[in-house]
Design a protein around this ligand. Structure first.
Ligand code: BEZ
Length: 297
């Protein structure tokens, strides 16, 4: 009956049984469109399933889209040239990776999250899942680009060692990341509120000063060509709670999930008093950026 109604384009593929994960990978390859759902034959589909997924997707879109909007300026620093081979380190949902590919260069996205890798591939760009702190490329790329990703990697030595090895001689490393002082009030409040409840938040972000980053780059033979740091007061489209729901989870990994909402409420209450607001009363976060281009000697 469901098939006869033809409301959905149902296609059947027969393949040897290789287990659930292989079936999922196969399904993901065949899926079309930006959003899709994979269900196993013994999964129960609850009536509001699609609405729930859509709700989470819209939340991500609203809370995190500004990340790639700002990143477009960084592509001007990268100045991609035709036929270059460029790595997008921490490519996220692939929006900027796709933008770079429009310069008729070859681009590879790399991200720790398989979900983001799949999102990037859906945009028609090549991407692989991997840890940027454990890369194994050698003299492959003309340039490595990274927007708002490096501060999630708490072992910068490992990242830069891999970057230096992966670049060709003369290759460019073009980065924007959080600088010392970035989201400082929010981060302090996260630690303070967790402590108030006898929990310890995990330090999951690395925000270096210009000097610290320069020294690190030098250590791996990456010579700074230009570097700037600047504050970028950033309007949080869905408020501080939306931001915390999207970005604070890694800091709270050791804290029971049922506590997270309470912590977020208390952090929001604290920083709402401390952060600036625009004329409509919306919170402006204390973002500070570090942007640089370094070249492999
Ligand atoms: C940032 O882009 O500066 C950032 C994003 C999420 C968490 C912390 C910092």
């Amino acid at each position: 009956e469901f098939i006869n109604e033809k409301k959905l384009n149902i296609r059947y593929f027969h393949t040897e049984n290789g287990g659930k994960q292989r079936a999922y990978n196969f399904g993901v390859e065949k899926a079309e469109g930006e959003l899709f759902i994979c269900l196993d034959s013994d999964d129960e589909y609850v009536e509001t399933g699609l609405e729930t997924i859509l709700k989470y997707w819209e939340k991500y879109e609203k809370n995190a889209r500004f990340v790639s909007d700002y990143g477009k300026e960084l592509i001007e620093w990268l100045n991609p040239k035709k036929d270059e081979y460029i790595l997008d380190l921490g490519c996220g949902d692939g929006v900027l990776t796709k933008e770079i590919s429009k310069y008729r260069c070859k681009v590879l996205g790399l991200d720790g999250s398989q979900k983001f890798v799949e999102a990037t591939r859906k945009l028609g760009v090549d991407a692989i899942q991997g840890d940027a702190q454990n890369m194994n490329f050698e003299n492959e790329f003309d340039a490595i680009f990274s927007n708002a990703a490096l501060h999630w990697m708490t072992n910068p030595d490992k990242v830069l060692e891999g970057v230096a090895k992966a670049l060709k001689k003369g290759g460019r490393f073009v980065v924007e990341m959080g600088c010392k002082g970035n989201v400082e009030k929010i981060e302090n409040a996260m630690f303070e509120v967790a402590k108030r409840h006898n929990f310890k938040a995990v330090k999951c972000w690395f925000f270096p000063t210009e000097k610290e980053e320069t020294e690190l780059l030098n250590k791996y033979g990456l010579k700074v060509k230009r570097m700037i740091s600047f504050s970028r007061p950033t309007l949080l489209p869905t408020g501080i709670k939306g931001w915390l729901q999207t970005f604070s989870a890694p800091a709270f990994v050791n804290i029971p999930k049922e506590m997270h909402e309470k912590l977020i409420d208390e952090i929001a209450e604290k920083v709402e008093k401390e952060l600036e607001k625009n004329e409509n009363g919306q919170i402006i976060a204390d973002y500070v950026r570090l942007r640089f281009e370094a070249v492999k000697e």
